[in-house]
Design a protein around this ligand. Structure first.
Ligand code: NAI
Length: 720
């Protein structure tokens, strides 16, 4: 058979098989390559001259990234999906049999991504060698797509690294780096990239006739006392039961029972441990069929595809070339400015010049960056000298020195229009005429900031989310005047900072802040009608948000929230009016976490305690009454998605996909619901309109359905 997805060479009795998925930038696994893979194994199986095998990849920095997710989209029938998995199982069992039955060692040579089906392939070998490249990572991220590792991962991984460690990898989906992988016994050796194949071939040769001892260096880590103790617990049925129970509790605490995939993955591991391989593999296949066709998995895959697509999007419909950015000037090194400096240096590889009001401000900013760099060094994402190099790229100033040759300015000073305008004017005297000036304002219209600009075409918004190092979204805001080259420059730089970027049209609150206001307002209305703080926050967490709206208000700052609400009210009128309670909170000196007084109690260190029951009195509210959870969820969620629809209708959003990604990545909209638009499609536009109309009747015009939802309902169209 002619091989199109593999290269195959035999030298000195060692077959070196390199995956090389034809016509694709990375390797993925799916039925398209099964047949060839089978043919490769046939050759190894039947050729007595082949004594051992090395399996690797011809694509540099990529071993095997996982299953071909496009293939999942073709699966509509659970049984058909399960059948495809059984085929994969058969293939992997054949590879395992090469060493387990036919005594031909199989060394997996891994450089770069070894994820999902990639790791499952690696697990079938008799030995795994990985490179120390920062691109190398091993993981089972399947649950993040709403499925489970179904290529034998739930069965082989526990046998190799122990049940507890395997559950941790499978249930969180978090990848493991080379040195940690060695420590937990997942791999046998970590080697420099350039020596990978030389060492792999050598180990394959040494293992011929010697398979029992082929487990190399990892045995050391694997035999560490802590590991042995863990294994002893796992082998004892009582200990095992406790361990599974603990894992299940931790998983449910995280998923709130809303995500079926981790639950099924845990079950598959348990079945394998208790009833043996055959039952375990069968569970994998059946559960895969069930999960891959579930709405949760489809929504999560929708997000995955959208984020892939966005990597290639430049944010404008036409064409323009981005300017090269190697030096960024940052105004204000507070919480946001220092975070922006961190990602600019660490992720984008740029140098950052921070302007602050005084030396103390510079000191705070630099120490913020330094803390983040140290974290990376500690986690071995950076070598110590790389950490030092990164720190050398950040400097501070209290004047404009060093700004003359910056390629972009990002402003993150206090939220004051006058201050922002004044700084823009000063900056324009120093920076070049073709340098992008970006504001990180969270609510002020960019056109207002640019009102007196000499070069309004260079001004736009780069709205980051806190903490900048962690939050994946960047909302870029463009005015009528913003030039396309400026937009694409900001988009490209944002992507280099590791962000998922959406480009939206300027307007009060842009997209994310704008849809957050009705969401928070509705929580306040419910509070004023008698719902308890606990009931409101719990209901929204149960709906899938990471935290409830009132706790979020504490986090954002009650004063900040009130300020933004006012801007929205002025811009949009009654629809954005809350129940006028925020003032009561502010009169009672409640600003949220930052001053230790909010809806929740905080200790001196800002650690949150329980709900502060005095809030009701401060707000002049009487005794609480029961408002059904479903009503709370429906009102708060619909308030948000209705406003999102308006943003699409008004062209603030370029697309429903942007709206979904913005809400999921920026505001924690439940990922398994796919985003506001995906969710409206799932529920049905007709149903959404009916619910909104019923609410409008009861609570007033703020629930009046957006025109675009009505249109969708009438034409039976979907947003996505
Ligand atoms: P912050 O108070 O932590 O930092 C502001 C910094 O600007 C301070 O360190 C201050 O010394 C400095 N500053 C003030 N005037 C200056 C001047 N003339 N020149 C140089 N530096 C000056 O505030 P934070 O939270 O970092 O917010 C900054 C901006 O980012 C605001 O516009 C805010 O609305 C926006 N934003 C904040 C988010 C958040 O979650 N905190 C999220 C997204 C945007």
């Amino acid at each position: 058979m002619e091989l199109t997805h593999f290269t195959f060479n035999v030298e000195d009795g060692i077959a070196v098989v390199l995956l090389d998925r034809a016509g694709e930038p990375i390797n993925t696994i799916g039925p398209v390559i099964f047949e060839e893979f089978d043919a490769v194994i046939d050759r190894i199986d039947t050729d007595p001259a082949i004594k051992a095998v090395v399996i690797g990849s011809a694509k540099k920095g990529n071993f095997l990234a996982g299953a071909d997710i496009r293939f999942f989209e073709t699966l509509t029938d659970p049984d058909e999906a399960a059948a495809a998995i059984r085929e994969l199982h058969a293939l992997f069992v054949r590879i395992e049999a090469l060493h387990a039955v036919h005594d031909k060692p199989v060394v997996m040579a891994i450089d770069g991504a070894c994820l999902g089906g990639g790791l499952e392939l690696a697990l079938t070998g008799s030995m795994r060698i990985v490179t120390d490249s920062h691109k190398t990572q091993l993981g089972q991220p399947e649950v993040q797509l709403g499925i489970l590792p179904a290529g034998g991962g739930t069965q082989r991984l526990p046998k190799i690294i122990g049940v507890a460690a395997a559950l941790d990898m499978i249930l969180t989906g978090r990848p493991t780096r080379p040195h940690k992988a060695l420590k937990i016994g997942l791999v046998d050796e970590v080697v420099p990239s350039e020596m990978l194949y030389e060492i792999a071939t050598q180990r394959a040769t040494e293992s011929i006739g010697n398979l029992g001892e082929s487990r190399g260096a990892s045995v050391k880590g694997f035999l560490a006392p802590s590991h042995l103790q863990a294994l002893a617990i796992e082998q004892n049925p009582v200990g095992r039961r406790v361990m599974f129970k603990k894992a299940e509790e931790a998983m449910l605490a995280k998923t709130k029972g809303l995500y079926p995939a981790p639950k099924r993955a845990l079950e598959a591991v348990k079945i394998g441990v208790e009833q043996g391989n055959a039952a375990g593999y069968e569970a994998e296949a059946t559960f895969f069929g069930e999960l891959v066709t579930s709405p949760e998995s489809k929504a999560l895959r929708g997000i995955f595809f959208a984020s892939q697509m966005m990597k290639y999007s430049i944010g404008i419909s036409g064409r323009a070339d981005p300017k090269k950015v190697s030096k960024v000037g940052i105004l204000g090194g507070g919480l946001m400015g220092a975070g922006i400096a961190t990602v600019s240096v660490l992720k984008a590889g740029a140098t950052a010049r921070i302007r602050e009001v005084d030396e103390a401000g510079i000191g705070r900013a630099l120490s913020h960056v330094s803390k983040e760099v140290s974290k990376q060094v500690k986690r071995r994402r950076l070598k110590p000298f790389e950490g030092e190099q990164a720190m050398n790229k950040v400097t501070g100033t209290t004047d404009w020195s060093g700004f003359r040759n910056v390629d972009i300015v990002i402003e993150a000073v206090f939220e004051s229009l006058e201050l922002k305008q004044a700084l823009l004017a000063e900056a324009e005297d120093v920076i070049g005429d073709d340098v992008v000036f970006a504001s990180n304002t969270s609510s002020l219209p960019i056109a207002d900031i640019a009102a007196d600009a000499k070069h309004p075409e260079t001004v736009l918004g780069m709205h980051y989310f806190s903490p900048v190092e962690k939050m994946p979204l960047l909302e870029i805001v463009v005015t009528e005047d913003t030039a396309d080259w400026a937009t694409v420059t900001a988009v490209e730089f944002g992507k280099r900072q590791g962000k998922t970027v959406i480009v939206v049209k300027d307007g009060p609150g842009f997209y994310t802040t704008r849809i957050l206001v009705p969401y928070l307002n509705e929580a306040f209305f419910l509070l004023s009608e008698g719902a308890s703080i606990k009931a409101i926050d719990k209901a929204m967490v149960k709906w899938g948000f990471p935290i409830g709206p009132l706790l979020l208000t504490d986090e954002v700052g009650i004063d900040v929230g009130a300020h933004i609400s006012k801007i929205m009210l002025d811009a949009f009128g009654e629809r954005m009016a809350g129940p006028e309670m925020a003032q009561g909170l502010l009169d009672d000196d409640r600003q949220g976490r930052k001053n230790g007084r909010g809806f929740y109690e905080y200790d001196d260190k800002g650690v949150r305690g329980g709900i502060d029951e005095d809030v009701y009195q401060a707000l002049g509210l009487g005794p609480r009454r029961e408002i059904p959870k479903a009503e709370i969820q429906e009102r708060i969620a619909l308030a948000m998605v209705n406003e999102a629809a308006r943003c699409l209708e008004e062209g603030i959003l370029q697309s429903a996909v942007d709206g979904d990604m913005g809400a999921v990545m920026g505001l924690g909209f439940p990922p398994f619901r796919g985003g506001p638009f995906w969710w409206m499609d799932e529920v049905g536009a007709g149903e959404i309109v009916a619910k909104l109309e019923a609410l409008a009747e009861k609570h007033g015009e703020r629930f009046e359905p957006a025109g675009i939802i009505r249109t969708q309902a009438e034409s039976e169209k979907t947003f996505r």
